[in-house]
Ligand binder design. Sequence first.
Ligand SMILES: CC(C)(COP(=O)(O)OP(=O)(O)OC[C@H]1O[C@@H](n2cnc3c(N)ncnc32)[C@H](O)[C@@H]1OP(=O)(O)O)[C@@H](O)C(=O)NCCC(=O)NCCS
Length: 290
Amino acid sequence: MSIRIRKVRPSDLDAILEISQHIWEGHDYLPFVIKGWLKDPNSHTYGLDVGNHVVAVANLRIIEEGRTGWMEGLRVHPDHSGKGFANAMTNHIIRKAVASNVQRIRYTTSTENPASLKLAEKFGFIPILKMAVLWHSPVKVSPFTQDYPKIRKSSPSQIFDLLEKNPYLMPNRILVYDWKALDTSPNGLKTLGKTHEFYLALKKGSIDSLSYAYLRRRKQRLQWIFTIHATQALGFASHFQYNLSKALEQDCEGVTCTYETAFEETLHQANWLSDEHWSTHMVLLEKPNR
Ligand SMILES: CC(C)(COP(=O)(O)OP(=O)(O)OC[C@H]1O[C@@H](n2cnc3c(N)ncnc32)[C@H](O)[C@@H]1OP(=O)(O)O)[C@@H](O)C(=O)NCCC(=O)NCCS
């Protein structure tokens, strides 16, 4: 039977949806994004074809004005796992990214995904950022009494100027949102600003904490997805509560919060979380292309 890697076509959609059904107990995001990838000129979606049937898939998206090759959505049908197909797909995507002349290739994965971490190691990716991720439902807010500067809505250009003046807030200068990443450049912030809202708090005119968020609707289910950066636990806690109230206002059934690992204790010691939560760590991996 012939085996080859080729561009995915709309006629492969059913085969891809069939792969997704087996991934993460059917909670895979691929069905919500695959049609968008196929229409997006910056996305290059490849499939591993065994006898004219796609059994593995992955997407390469060229972002940040061509600087970054973003790798996402690597999936192998469980009937074909352990045959080296993820190795082959990763190798293919890297070759395509290199041919596109990107400066670096990036992807994120969970620290609890050993196969994905193994692939990173094999192909020379290094971890450049680790963040905690919390999924929580239902959305409940307990009153927050401690004194902290008012959190207010902001704009990408204002955030850029403030971050220039206080680099300590985000030393990595990377915006991490919903398992993706962009640099805190004017264009990165502008791109994120198309889908997200920014909220900040100032102390003596300097940015002390920042969060960015968007409302995600999938199958009529609303989730408030947000990321927090803060210099201290109080700023983190204030943004956490602020975003929970935003989620509540919009009748969300859950929230996903990405935040610095330094605040894990703060979150888990506080009495805010119900039993229905799940947490993990996300790692951003990078392979320089030099
Ligand atoms: C992760 C996934 C892509 C692996 O696909 P696969 O075709 O079975 O992987 P391969 O056979 O190419 O193996 C890739 C490497 O990972 C290693 N590996 C696979 N499963 C592993 C595990 N559970 N623990 C440690 N290493 C593992 C393999 O040994 C291999 O390394 P090697 O070549 O040095 O032996 C597949 O299981 C999948 O689709 N998972 C769900 C989605 C997912 O997690 N995607 C990853 C990116 S988010």
